[in-house]
Design a protein around this ligand. Structure first.
Ligand code: PMP
Ligand code: GLN
Length: 395
């Protein structure tokens, strides 16, 4: 979605897709490879997830689970998802009618918006937005209405949210834990969203892919647990972050039968079905013991602290995240101003790749000085990045 790489070929694109460009993640990862930089741009771990999950995928391939699975998803994964929602949040879903397996959360988001938003409908979303939201809203013909999370705390402005609702508002698109700011919406914020959704009779789509990546005393609470919300919320998550297999692209939707059916209507013509052998593997991961989930959280919290400390040492103003695997900094503290320019020059200058916030904003000026760094990397990789920044930013 970066504007700075506008392609003249864009004129061939249908107007509703113009300006989407190449995703910033692909762009920055390609730059990392080309310049042999340490890639703290795109959020993907550099170590694999649990062996038992990986072995289950290999076993599934060997066992011949290689043809089209059911469109709604294989039964053992749908059951594992419902069990997960019950175990962690006390939410009850029927695995046969209230769960849909998708090709990552990305497809779940796009299918939900295509299914629920019509031309001209307004979609309220938290800005900075995860980049696929902009694309998905555009593909659906919707109009995005940003509610901006502002530094230093990146909290939700509940009054602004309330004011943003109009008769044209079709749905609220919420993301918590929030990429890129790392905000985990707290009980007061979630209760206010829920109250508003009920009062104005709105559907809420919530992207909870970082549900297990929360730190210190931040707690993730699904919006669907709030009064009046279960039946108006489309809850989305995926196995990518929880099990550190981001390339497998197994996601899911939990909602009422009619909302799941609506999303399914779009999903079946996007991908038809999703990764046959990876579904039973993720089904093996979800029931892993509490220790697995605690270890994941602790290990990432240590990495967060390691990277935050290093970034502080090189002079950046750091906004410590409560969740996700990203940390945001303000580059004005080291005399820079424009995050896009900073990130484009960083590989050559320091051999490090980061992502400018600006590309996640409609109010670009608000994102201009902010840069996002991923800490889901080996400790030696994080240390190397800091060493390089220390050396390169001096010059
Ligand atoms: N939502 C958010 C907020 C994300 O950061 C990501 C990135 N992985 C996704 C959705 C996409 O998830 P998936 O890889 O499961 O499609
Ligand atoms: N969610 C990842 C990020 O924010 C990237 C996933 C993608 O490239 N689509 O970095």
């Amino acid at each position: 979605m970066s504007d700075h790489d506008q392609d003249p070929e864009d004129t061939l694109l249908a107007p509703r897709l113009r300006g989407l460009g190449t995703t910033i993640f692909a762009e920055m990862s390609a730059l990392a490879v080309a310049t042999q930089s340490v890639n703290l741009g795109q959020g993907f771990p550099d170590t694999d997830g649990p062996d038992v999950v990986r072995e289950a995928a290999i076993e599934a391939i060997r066992a011949g689970r290689n043809q089209y699975p059911p469109g709604i998803g294989v039964p053992e994964l749908r059951h594992a998802v419902t069990e997960h929602q019950r175990r962690f949040y006390g939410l009850e879903y029927d695995p046969d009618t209230e769960v849909l397996i998708t090709t990552g959360a990305t497809e779940a988001i796009t299918a939900s918006l295509l299914a629920l938003v019509d031309s001209g409908d307004e979609v309220i979303a938290l800005e900075p937005y995860y980049d696929s939201y902009v694309a998905a809203i555009s593909m659906a013909g919707g109009v995005r209405v940003p509610i901006t999370l502002r530094p230093p705390d990146f909290r939700l402005d509940v009054d602004a949210l309330r004011r943003a609702v109009t008769p044209r508002t079709r749905l609220l698109l919420i993301n918590s834990p929030h990429n890129p700011t790392g905000t985990v919406l707290d009980d007061t914020e979630l209760a206010a969203i829920a109250e508003l959704a009920v009062e104005r009779d709105l559907v809420v789509v919530t992207d909870e892919v970082y549900e297990h990546l929360t730190y210190d005393d931040a707690v993730h609470r699904p919006l669907a647990t709030y009064p009046g919300m279960r039946d108006r919320t489309v809850t989305i998550s995926s196995g990518g972050k929880t099990f550190s297999f981001t390339g497998w692209k197994i996601g899911w939707v939990c909602s009422t039968p009619s909302l799941v059916n609506a999303v399914m209507t779009a999903k079946q013509f996007l991908s038809y079905v999703s990764g046959a052998p990876f579904q039973p593997a993720i089904a093996k991961g979800l029931p892993l013991g509490d220790e697995f989930y605690a270890d994941l959280r602790q290990s990432l919290q240590k990495k967060r602290d390691r990277l935050c400390e290093g970034l502080r040492q090189v002079g950046l103003e750091v906004f410590v995240p409560q969740g996700t695997y990203f940390v945001t900094t303000d580059i004005r503290s080291i005399g820079a101003e424009d995050g896009v320019r900073f990130c484009l020059s960083l590989p050559e200058r320091c051999g490090v790749v980061a992502v400018p916030h600006q590309v996640f904003y409609d109010h670009v000026e608000m994102g201009r000085p902010l840069v996002r760094w991923a800490f889901c990397k080996r400790d030696d990789v994080l240390d190397e990045a800091i060493d390089r920044l220390r050396a390169g930013l001096r010059t």
